[in-house]
Design a protein around this ligand. Sequence first.
Ligand code: AMP
Length: 227
Amino acid sequence: MRQPSIMLLLLLPLLFSAPSTSTPRDFDFFYFVLQWPGSFCDTKKSCCYPATGKPTADFSIHGLWPNYADGSYPSNCDRQNAYDASQIADLMESLRSHWPSLACPSDDESTFWKHEWQKHGTCSESVLDQHAYFGAALRLRAQINLLQALQDAGIKPDGGLYSSADISSAIRNSTGFEPKLGCNADGGGNRQLYEVSMCVDAKGERLIECPVSSISNCPSRVEFPQF
Ligand code: AMP
């Protein structure tokens, strides 16, 4: 008779200290994820240009993703904090240039930004509000010129095959930090350079060495398609 009540007493503080909502714990760093548009489009899936036309042939932003040092990450943290275009009106031109959507149909340019804010941005809102979040991503993009770094190493988006190790070392030489490469498959099943993720401090300001080991899904040689 006495044992259940002692257990209950022991559990009570735990029960009352447990968060009633899924409030995320503080994240440790961001992945800043850049994408090669040619690889997004060069798959069996469809790709549509925004109403403003074909984006420049350069790496564009996929997202700024809060992450935990154990490799896991929070998502969709605050459904009340909806994407609000009016808060980032002054950033729209830059977002169109550096964070274009290539999804189909290209009816609403902000669908991609809204998705990224809701899934990832709301998990870092204790540090970056909506304007600061998109502003941080744009500032990081301005700091990192991946295409130049690769071209300086003779790696060009010409549909050729390049060594993944050479791609990584060109980016490390230019930025000072090790990238994490992500690959997808073109329409014929060949693996191609799709994304480059760089680790960023939890303020969204500076590149850092990744706190977690970066396992790439790229083979030793990858295609770098045209766009
Ligand atoms: P995430 O949920 O942040 O991991 O992002 C994955 C989603 O973003 C998928 O639905 C992708 O189709 C979409 N996505 C990735 N790149 C683009 C892009 N350039 N334009 C539009 N949607 C994209």
